[in-house]
Design a protein around this ligand. Structure first.
Ligand code: WQD
Length: 336
């Protein structure tokens, strides 16, 4: 079966391509290489021995998207990762985010909904919850006004898909709301490749330990949490990738209860920034150089997942611990 993975050379996309190939799917990757390197293809092939079809294509170009689907009508499913995803950048450049993340989604759905049956997996984010009122966060938690244009594009994306599902029974979609994906494939042949200064905690930790950054700044230790630093649900990227294959298989097997479903992807455990640092020091056996600085604008105090729905309905559960994920991130950084 042919599966289209947009943004398939990105961090989560590439790990999902590996799991799809391991499950016997033929994969087509679309990527415009704006935030990924073509070298990731070699990493994928070195793990699975299978070469995905690759199309360098910008999904903002409607004609290109139409052209692609004209010559690829036998696609069984689409996993849509392609989007800009830096929270801070989205605040500085909102129109770039609305154009890239929304237009590309509309153009791809316009084509996909023409297919006989469409199975569409959408890359969403726990950002849609904003600062949830209580922990753990379940899928029924209210969607709060987005803290950033990036988060807003995820909320708008889910609404667009929901509205299409309402009028088109043969359009079947699952939105997967990731908490904080971290780590790398155990082979260390693929992993997170932030361009420039990392915005996210874990790549900043590993680059500091590797001597690329002088020291980690911890954004505030005066939050109302056990050690004063923010709490997140850090989940191994391979666990996230496996959930995508399970979600796609659910649609291919007509097992979905409704044609629009939402699942949180997390471990269900919250970890503070200092606990992540301690985990890194434990698995790397080296001290991390960090200092406490002021809070970062827009950070929520705490966010970790209620995983009951994904565990019972989707039949998926995160298998890796925080230490496993941190060790895999460190091995990847050392290989880089
Ligand atoms: C985690 C914690 C920071 C960097 C964002 C997006 C989310 C997803 C993942 C795209 C926070 C602290 C961080 C640093 C720090 N992105 N931190 N020093 O903000 O939870 O989630 O990235 O899909 O949608 O919202 O992740 O890794 O940036 O921050 O102290 O140098 O680490 O304050 O508490 P975040 P993060």
């Amino acid at each position: 079966m042919k599966v289209l993975v947009t943004g398939g050379l990105g961090f989560i996309g590439s790990h999902t391509v590996v799991e799809l190939q391991n499950s016997g799917f033929d994969v087509i990757i679309i990527d415009n290489l704006s935030n990924a390197s073509i070298d990731v293809m070699d990493g994928i092939v070195s793990i699975t021995g299978k070469t995905p079809i690759f199309e360098k294509l910008d999904l903002k170009d409607k004609a290109e998207v139409q052209q692609f689907f004209k010559s690829n009508e036998d696609i069984s499913g689409v996993i849509h990762f392609a989007a800009s995803k830096a929270v801070g950048e989205s605040v500085e450049n909102p129109l770039l985010y609305y154009e890239n993340n929304i237009n590309s989604l509309v153009y791809i759905i316009q084509e996909v909904k023409k297919l006989e049956r469409c199975n569409f997996i959408f890359s969403s984010s726990c950002t849609v919850y904003g600062q949830a009122d209580s922990m753990p966060i379940s899928e029924s938690a209210p969607i709060k006004p987005a803290e950033s244009p990036y988060g807003n594009t995820k909320q708008i994306g889910e609404t667009i898909i929901k509205d299409v599902c309402k009028i088109k029974e043969s359009f079947n979609a699952i939105a997967l709301r990731y908490f904080n994906p971290i780590g790398a494939h155990k082979s260390a042949n693929i992993g997170e490749l932030p361009i420039g200064v990392p915005q996210n905690l874990v790549p900043y930790i590993t680059q500091t330990a590797a001597g690329i950054r002088k020291e980690l700044s911890v954004f505030g230790d005066n939050y109302p949490t056990n050690d004063g630093t923010c709490i997140r649900d850090y989940i191994h990227v391979v666990d996230i990738a496996k959930a995508h294959v399970i979600a796609l298989q659910r649609l291919l097997d007509f097992k979905n209860d409704t044609n629009f479903e939402v699942f949180n992807l997390g471990t269900g455990t919250g970890s503070s920034v200092l606990e992540v640092i301690q985990s890194f020091e434990r698995v790397s056996n080296q001290k991390l150089n960090y200092k406490i600085v002021n809070r970062r604008e827009g950070d929520v105090i705490s966010a970790y997942a209620d995983t009951k729905k994904a565990n019972t309905v989707l039949g998926w559960k995160a298998e890796s611990s925080l230490d496993d994920a941190m060790l895999s991130a460190w091995k990847w950084q050392q290989k880089l």
